[in-house]
Design a protein around this ligand. Structure first.
Ligand code: BGC
Length: 608
């Protein structure tokens, strides 16, 4: 039709590329590629051009290690995820951007040019990326009671994500923790629904005023619903509670998240009275999409569909029941080809209606258009300078300070004077990995200098007057009576979901107790700073401690802890959970009549 030189010119100008995308005339781009029509019209136009296979591809989310760029093009894959700790090598923000752009180019090479979305668990900052700012985990943010701060953290996280291209955040977790044995206690803003509901400002921070603005990523409220209410605090367990309680305690944060326009909702691995959430049509379809009016994407959890029948690997029946229940995107990290095959069989066999597939695609494509991915599909490297940048670290430091809860302060041992001679000890004192907890660089987290940051010890050294002595030994050896006070920074080793469930005692371990004993042996006032993802069983030791600060899991900016210890910031944090008197009291929550060590909402100030 065209001479080769005309063709070359048209190709260069992009006209032929657009025509090749199914536009009716060579000069007319397909309407869905034109940014001017409404999102609804663009979705309609695109849907009309998609085959069943195109639609199944959009609903499929493999893990980055188990899919190639070529497969993304061939299967029209809709989204890809990095599971906890799954990072390009070397693990640097630029490398993430390269990886994302490479996969995006593969998606755009498909005949319909539909961009992918890329999801990660940026649950306290863009936490899988070395060098990113790591903010306090949600439990600490719950202690701050500061919803505006949480919004700001969401916006900062979105900027660091935008730098790497990653446009879908599997956060915030709006779970309401009812039993602190649960290994995800620290992912919760607290034990009362109002707290998690209030902190859905995180969504506004991540998404911006509306999707598609500068540094706007899709937020996910998770895990729908009742994940924090399982028997024994067992991860992926069974919430054996009435519908009244489910609605009163666990549903409100989702209602708030939907009201704030959250783009996606992730389904919980857990069950409600024996029925797996991943096939719960009443709760997903009727309550979430119907009653709450959620119009965004429902995404499964990682291999969540596989586990519906309690056995690994999914069956046709599991696929059909999950999709019919209302799941739009299946997080099928490894077995995604089988998922596509099974879902196609179920559609062709009439067991999953085509209207359900179209509804899922409408939801997915709407978010992609709203995010502006068709117009701006690649990483926005202008934001690279914000990754771990000074402004974000300053914000994180403020968040750390606001999240400290002062639980005991005999004889006003705190705040310290910057000229005091101080001894610091404990295995969490000088360790970024310990103070950051799980979901930091790796899935479960680990001790050690895993990413740049300021340890609590660094913070203490900076807060003290340059002339003042700040001595440190991890195990407390070397302390003597010449010190004005000793600080023991102790608590829990990093853990994440599942592995972090604690069915036995909830006390400090032998090493930490020994460290504290050494400090006590010197006869100086002992200040315990507890770095943990949940309240710990400490009632038996507490009378021998002069001061106690719950620091939660502060992240990379340990100076925020020192700010409170030295009185540069006032302690304003309040307990977001009830603090047990002993582990046998779990579950213990506000209003249940049990006598706690410290009630929900407790927190001293320096004026008390
Ligand atoms: C967790 C989710 C997470 C997903 C993807 C699952 O194991 O339960 O919270 O979003 O993995 O990493």
């Amino acid at each position: 039709m065209f001479s080769s030189s005309v063709k070359a010119r048209l190709l260069a100008s992009g006209v032929l590329v657009l025509a090749a995308l199914g536009g009716p005339a060579w000069a007319e781009p397909a309407p869905y590629l034109d940014p001017r029509p409404s999102v609804e019209d663009r979705v309609d136009d695109l849907l009309g051009r998609m085959s069943l296979d195109d639609k199944l591809g959009q609903m499929t989310q493999p893990e980055r290690r188990f899919v190639t760029p070529e497969e993304i093009t061939r299967y029209g894959i809709g989204s890809v995820l990095s599971s906890g700790g799954s990072a390009p090598s070397p693990n640097r923000a630029e490398k993430w951007a390269d990886m994302y752009d490479g996969l995006q180019r593969a998606a755009l090479a498909g005949p319909l040019r539909v961009p992918i979305m890329y999801g990660v668990d940026a649950v306290h900052g863009h936490n899988t990326v070395v060098g990113a700012t790591i903010f306090p985990h949600n439990i600490g943010l719950g202690a701050s009671r500061d919803a505006d701060l949480v919004r700001e953290i969401g916006a900062a996280t979105a900027e660091e994500m935008a730098a790497t291209g990653v446009d879908w955040d599997f956060a915030p977790c709006v779970c309401v923790v009812r039993n602190d044995r649960w290994g995800r206690t620290y992912e919760s803003f607290g034990e009362v629904p109002a707290l998690a509901a209030r902190m859905t400002t995180a969504i506004e921070g991540l998404q911006g005023e509306e999707l598609g603005g500068a540094a706007s990523v899709l937020a996910t409220a998770k895990h729908f619903v009742g994940d924090g209410g399982t028997e024994g605090g067992r991860d992926r367990g069974d919430a054996q509670i009435s519908e009244k309680e489910l609605r009163a305690v666990h549903l409100p944060p989702f209602r708030a998240a939907v009201a704030r326009g959250v783009g996606s909702v992730m389904i919980s691995y857990s069950s409600w009275n024996g029925q797996k959430m991943h096939r719960h049509r009443y709760l997903i379809n009727d309550v979430l999409k119907g009653e709450l009016g959620f119009t965004g994407i429902v995404v499964s959890d990682y291999k969540g569909i596989d586990r519906i029948d309690g056995r690994p690997g999914f069956t046709r029946d599991e696929v059909a029941s999950a999709i019919n229940a209302g799941i739009d995107v299946a997080m099928v990290p490894t077995e995604w080809r089988r998922f596509i095959r099974y879902l196609r069989d179920e559609v062709v066999g009439g067991r999953v209606p085509m209207s359900r597939i179209d509804d899922a695609n409408r939801r997915i494509l709407t978010k992609k258009f709203e995010l502006g991915l068709f117009e701006r599909p690649f990483a926005d490297r202008a934001y690279l300078k914000t990754v771990g940048g000074a402004e974000h670290r300053e914000l994180a430091r403020r968040a750390v300070a606001e999240s400290q809860v002062l639980l005991k302060n005999d004889a006003d041992v705190l705040p310290l004077d910057d000229e005091d001679k101080i001894f610091v000890a404990g295995r969490s004192a000088d360790d970024i990995g310990m103070q950051s907890g799980g979901w930091t660089i790796t899935w479960q987290g680990e001790p050690g200098p895993i990413t740049p940051g300021t340890t609590i010890l660094d913070g203490v050294r900076k807060a003290a007057d340059p002339s003042a002595t700040v001595a440190y030994s991890r195990d407390g050896k070397g302390v003597d009576e010449s010190y004005d006070a000793a600080i023991a920074v102790v608590g829990e080793k990093p853990y994440a979901e599942y592995h972090g469930d604690r069915t036995g005692g909830l006390g400090l371990d032998a090493e930490d107790l020994k460290t504290i004993d050494r400090l006590r042996g010197a006869g100086v006032p002992v200040i315990v700073v507890l770095v943990s993802g949940r309240p710990m069983d400490i009632a038996a030791q507490l009378p021998r401690w002069d001061a106690l600060v719950a620091a939660w899991l502060p992240g990379t900016e340990g100076a925020g802890v020192a700010d409170v210890l030295y009185g540069d910031a006032d302690p304003t944090g309040r307990l977001p959970v009830t603090w047990m008197r002993d582990a046998g009291q779990q579950p213990i929550n506000q209003g249940d009549g049990k006598k706690p060590l410290f009630p929900f909402g407790f927190g001293l100030t320096y004026d008390d």
